[in-house]
Design a protein around this ligand. Structure first.
Ligand code: ADP
Length: 260
């Protein structure tokens, strides 16, 4: 839809990708990959065609949470990404490594080159949504990825212990530079539900994300609980089995500003 802007790469000509949405965080471990995965599941359940471009080279957990081990198929004219059990197409550097436990110690330009190839040399085919799991943080690494892809929107994931105001401000600067809208902020690990009585427990006190989003005038998309069922399924590579009203709501995040 908006591919081909200045400095941005042309996609593989076999690809018809309607929306490219990136997911970022201020640091690692806040649940960025998990939220990216759940958003993909939500959109897939609504009947959309979805792909995930795993650009988080530091800890590529996307193949792990979907239980994908298959290598992409090299067809000569491009790489065919493997599909999850529900049909989400996935491309990750992890799928190209011989041993997935090997740490990826690559320099910036090499990483940028690999991500560019995920756009130019991967046969995504027809997609309604391509979700990009960015490297954590607000440094050069996520910025390079943002710059090389024709994005329609950016989602920020934070945790209650994050310096959320700083993360939001940096994200806003990045989004302005790229001229893309921020779709909103998601706060992960925001609370717990007591397994005995069902009471909501604010483990980390009152949410700071909501106020940060309001102050920055960006949507507060969701506050997600700590849920051991979710982490268990992620560990088993079965994130697609996760059932929750939160997941149902996620598809609406990307429809707020994005026209299909
Ligand atoms: P990031 O991509 O930000 O580094 P991950 O998405 O890989 O973080 O999440 C880190 C770990 O926390 C994973 O093991 C994941 O299963 C777990 N996790 C993430 N969100 C939740 C949640 N809401 N409830 C329980 N566990 C979670």
């Amino acid at each position: 839809v908006n591919a081909g802007g200045i400095g941005r790469l042309a996609p593989n000509e076999l690809n018809r990708i309607k929306n490219v949405i990136a997911v970022m965080s201020g640091k690692g471990g806040v649940g960025k990959s998990t939220v990216t995965g759940l958003l993909a599941v939500s959109l897939q359940r609504e009947g959309h065609k979805v792909g995930i471009l795993d650009a988080d080279i530091t800890g590529p957990s996307i193949p792990r949470i979907f239980g994908i081990k298959k290598r992409p198929e090299d067809m000569g004219f491009g790489l065919i990404p493997p599909e999850t059990s529900s049909g989400i197409r996935i491309m990750s550097l992890n799928l190209l490594l011989n041993n997935e436990d090997e740490p990826v110690i690559w320099r910036g330009p090499l990483i940028a080159g690999a991500i560019r190839q995920f756009w130019t040399d991967v046969v995504w085919g027809d997609l309604d949504y391509l979700l990009v799991d960015l490297p954590p943080g607000t440094s050069d690494a996520p910025l390079t990825v943002l710059q090389s892809l024709p994005l329609n929107g950016l989602i920020i994931v934070s945790s209650p212990q994050d310096l959320v105001v700083m993360v939001v401000n940096k994200a806003i600067k990045m989004a302005e530079m790229m001229n893309i809208p921020i779709l909103g902020l998601v706060e992960n690990y925001a609370y717990m539900i007591c397994p005995k009585c069902g009471e909501k427990i604010d483990v980390f006190g009152e949410s700071r994300g909501k106020k940060a989003a309001e102050d920055a005038n960006i949507p507060y998309l969701a506050s997600l609980p700590i849920d051991h069922k979710l982490s268990e399924l992620c560990d088993k590579g079965e994130i697609e089995k996760y059932q929750s009203d939160n997941v149902k709501d996620m598809a609406s995040w990307v429809k707020i500003n994005v026209h299909m």
